[in-house]
Design a protein around this ligand. Sequence first.
Ligand code: SF4
Length: 89
Amino acid sequence: MKQPCPECELRAIQSSITKESLEREVSGMKYVEGITACESQFRKRIGVCEKCSSLVSQIMCSECGAYVLFRAKNKKSSCPRAKWAAQGC
Ligand code: SF4
């Protein structure tokens, strides 16, 4: 019996991830004070990422390997290149 290849499995999972699928997941997250970024902060962060040379395939930061939509949604996250200005909400 052929053994599954972990790297192939990971590639298969990653190939099914799209900007749209990530947006669907993130848009379903409720705002929780101190945990998730408010909509204004989230949009500002994503706006910066969309113009950044480190953004890969519209979804991933090449500096940290994170999916930027999730990173931007996390209140306590920061940009590895310090491009997100501190914003409260
Ligand atoms: S998190 Fe920072 S370095 Fe990464 S893509 Fe966004 S702005 Fe660029």
